[in-house]
Design a protein around this ligand. Structure first.
Ligand code: CU
Length: 134
């Protein structure tokens, strides 16, 4: 019985270590939440797991910087991420941003870019969050 418990504990330890090692990196918007009604300016908090945040220009494996996509679709992954009001770069390594948005419904989404503002080979992007600015 004790032996069975030991085997079980060891295998679950091994499994959790293994799944942590192979878990896909993930970008997510911590806040606001999907469906939130907010006032402008809106502070958007960026989340990232499995990868690190590094400023643009820093060539380091498994890192990138955040891009906030506002009211626009994901861009062409084979090109550098556009830079305009709809695709905002946070090349300083910022993990949150405060943006002015006119009243109405808006979508926001994160896309990680590498040192050269390119999406990664397996692009890392968040779910789309829809908010309403009062
Ligand atoms: Cu960029």
């Amino acid at each position: 019985m004790l032996r069975a418990v030991q085997v079980f504990l060891l295998s679950s330890l091994f499994l959790s270590a293994w799944s942590a090692a192979v878990a896909a990196p993930e970008a997510y918007i911590v806040s606001p939440k999907d469906g939130d009604v907010v006032t402008s300016p809106v502070t958007v908090v960026f989340g990232l797991s499995g990868y690190g945040v590094a400023p643009a220009g820093t060539m380091k494996e498994k890192t990138g910087h955040h891009h906030l996509i506002i009211d626009a679709p994901l861009p062409d992954f084979s090109q550098p991420i556009p830079a305009n009001d709809n695709y905002r770069h946070f090349g300083g390594g910022q993990t949150q941003a405060t943006v002015e948005l006119p009243p109405g419904e808006h979508t926001i989404q994160l896309l990680l870019g590498d040192f050269a503002h390119m999406p990664h080979a397996s692009p890392i992007y968040s779910e789309v969050v829809t908010i309403t600015v009062r």
